[in-house]
Design a protein around this ligand. Structure first.
Ligand SMILES: [Zn+2]
Length: 340
């Protein structure tokens, strides 16, 4: 089968990879209806994460079940399914508390590589959520978005305690930040301030429910958030980048007693203890337990209440994945959908 492999920073190839097979009786094999490139795939692409050997790429997926192992009971061939970037049993104590991305049996789907025609999904019963029927083709990008970026933006909003009456600020205008705006709108936030300096992303943020746009970043961005909130800062701040600057921008934009939901994969972030101590800001985040939210999010998509797939502004055949990485790296595309 065809699949994406990264050989080195900037060197992405589509080549023949072995077809997946059932390895454990709890596995399923799915045929990808669509797959995509994640902002986090850009860390190794840009050399910020090491590439020691050729790596299969991709951890977002939606598709049709082809085959299941002998112990899989809840998922059947022919179903359209979505899962998250961590496979999880959904039964252990951590999963039942809603933290499936820290499941005691978790397996990283990124190591399998879903930018491919087929993929083996471990712990199928716990990991995969099926739609009531095979969805219309136009909904596939929306379901694919639920696999990571929507679920991650949603978790950030929940971790930031977004709700009615709250003012929310969103740091980061990638797909996760933009869908954090959508989540904040769906969760009833009163005011949603998107921080972006890119016109096309500002436009999408406004369509997703942003009420204000702040173009400044760093301390100047913090000043803007304060000036929009009577000098107090936002109640809830979503951090969707993962750098030192974005993390400090998020913490400093939050009012005393407020909450930061951080989901950008951190790279060399160091927090100052004194500043944290005196900020009175709650911090909660990490790799999003997308599985917790999938049934609700997939229901909203099935009923066409939300269209998160609009973050895909470039669609390419899987074989042209290298061009997709380049488009995201240069910020010419927000998020690239790949068709196997
Ligand atoms: Zn578990």
């Amino acid at each position: 089968m065809r699949g994406v492999v990264m050989y080195a920073p900037g060197d992405v190839r589509v080549e023949d990879r072995p077809e997946p097979a059932i390895l454990k009786p709890t596995d399923a094999i799915i045929r990808l209806s669509a797959t995509c490139i994640c902002g986090s795939d850009l860390w190794p692409y840009r050399g910020a994460d090491k590439v020691d050997e050729p790596m299969p790429m991709g951890h977002e997926y939606a598709g049709i079940v082809e085959e299941v192992g002998s112990e899989v009971t809840g998922i059947k061939p022919g179903q359209f399914v979505v899962g998250s970037f961590f496979a999880s049993d959904n039964t252990c104590e951590i999963c039942r508390a809603g933290y499936q991305s820290s499941c005691i049996h978790r397996e990283l789907v990124g190591a399998i590589g879903t930018q491919a025609e087929w993929a083996r999904i471990p712990l199928a019963d716990g990991t995969l959520v099926a739609t009531p029927d095979v969805p219309d083709a136009d909904l596939v990008p929306d379901f694919l978005a639920a696999s990571d970026v929507l679920g991650t933006g949603w978790f950030a909003a929940v971790a930031a305690e977004v709700g009615p009456g709250k003012t929310v600020a969103v740091v980061g205008d990638g797909a996760v930040g933009l869908l954090g705006v959508m989540a904040a709108q769906q969760l009833g936030a009163e005011r949603i301030i998107a921080m972006s300096r890119h016109e096309s992303r500002q436009k999408l943020a406004l369509e997703f429910g942003a009420t204000d746009i702040v173009t400044e970043r760093g301390d100047a961005g913090v000043e803007q958030i304060k000036s929009l909130t009577s000098g107090l800062g936002a109640h809830s701040v979503i951090e969707a980048v993962g750098t030192q600057e974005s993390m400090m921008q998020a913490i400093r934009s939050t009012r005393a007693g407020g909450h930061v939901g951080y989901v950008g994969v951190t790279h060399d972030v160091a927090l100052n203890g004194d500043e944290l101590f005196f900020s009175h800001v709650h911090l909660h985040g990490g790799p999003a337990p997308v599985r917790r939210f999938l049934p609700d999010l997939m229901d909203r998509i099935w009923n066409r209440k939300i269209r998160p797939g609009r973050v895909f502004d470039l669609e390419l055949p899987l074989d042209e994945a290298a061009a997709g990485y380049q488009a995201m790296d240069t910020r010419k595309a927000i998020k690239v959908l790949l068709r196997p």
